[in-house]
Design a protein around this ligand. Structure first.
Ligand SMILES: Nc1ncnc2c1ncn2[C@@H]1O[C@H](COP(=O)(O)OP(=O)(O)OP(=O)(O)O)[C@@H](O)[C@H]1O
Ligand SMILES: [Mg+2]
Length: 271
């Protein structure tokens, strides 16, 4: 039986080259199974913006989270790096392992649609709450899996960059973890894996190996920012019918095999 796998490759893993074992595992898995990749890469966007002399503005939410503010120029740099550089880097790495990969922006064939945040509440430098224009950032509102399905039927490995089409047909940047969860759910995936630079979720100093969605939701406040998005996405995926969600390291030997065997990782289950 073929397993349908959606794997999100964290930006930290593709910054300068991609772990060879991870690429080999994914390419190998794609021969007998169906594999869809999604990736991140916020740091690479920041460093390219800097090289281009585009000053990046960061905003702080009332809960204390800092994130990039995406104006029009930043949105273009975001697409350039995500779709133009990082997706293509993954495609070539997979090609080196014999897989036929195709890079797809979430905006291709309406694969990912998102709703733009009209207004964002931020904390200004004097600590006051103010509303600013939402910029080119969105939250996934729907997925049309038809393009990905046809690529999978053709034995291709789709590599999806985290860009979505807004209501006004504008490109919006979206979170890679949330994109992976939405795609996994729309594709009815058996497994979604979030490959990152740590083994999984750590609470009170030790790795959480197994967690129900309900427990994960309850303990979300104890989790730091990057991992919190992953845990939330894992919860969303299993609650919307994905068989299993695993957060694990993309470094080291046999990362996909480790994830599938639940070795040194965090597994989130529906119940
Ligand atoms: N409780 C926690 N357990 C494990 N990691 C945590 C925790 N809280 C915060 N983190 C951080 O979350 C990070 C992973 O998320 P991060 O967003 O940095 O990576 P990524 O999602 O792989 O990359 P990208 O966002 O570029 O795709 C870890 O490197 C770790 O520092
Ligand atoms: Mg992240």
């Amino acid at each position: 039986m073929t397993t349908r796998i959606v794997a999100k490759v964290g930006g930290s893993l593709i910054r300068d080259g991609i772990p060879q074992d991870l690429v080999r595992d994914l390419a190998e898995a794609s021969r007998a199974n169906e594999v869809v990749l999604v990736h991140g890469g916020g740091d690479a966007v920041t460093s390219m913006a800097r090289k281009l002399g585009k000053e990046q503005r960061f905003i702080t939410s009332p809960d204390g989270f800092r994130s990039r503010y995406t104006d029009k120029e930043t949105s273009e740099i975001y697409q350039m790096v995500m779709t133009g550089v990082l997706s293509k880097r993954l495609v070539l790495a997979l090609s080196g392992e014999g897989a036929k990969a195709v890079s797809v922006s979430g905006t291709d064939a309406g694969t990912l649609r998102a709703r733009r945040k009209a207004r964002l509440v931020v904390i200004d430098d004097r600590g006051r709450k103010v509303a600013v224009d939402g910029g080119y950032t969105g939250k996934v509102s729907s997925v049309d899996p038809v393009l990905l399905e046809s690529l999978l039927r053709g034995k291709f490995v789709p590599v999806v960059s985290p860009v979505a089409e807004g209501d006004g047909h504008e490109p919006l940047n979206i979170d890679g973890d949330r994109a992976a969860a939405s795609l996994a759910s729309a594709l009815g995936a058996d497994l979604v894996v979030f490959f990152t630079d740590v083994d999984g979720l750590t609470l009170n100093g030790s790795l959480v190996t197994d967690m129900t969605a309900e427990e994960a939701r309850r303990r979300l406040k104890e989790v730091g920012f990057g991992m919190q998005k992953k845990v939330m996405s894992a919860v969303e995926a299993v609650e919307s019918g994905v068989g299993e969600a695993v957060i694990c390291s993309g470094a080291g030997t046999g990362p996909l095999e480790r994830a599938m065997k639940h070795d040194t990782c965090t597994v989130v289950r529906a119940r």
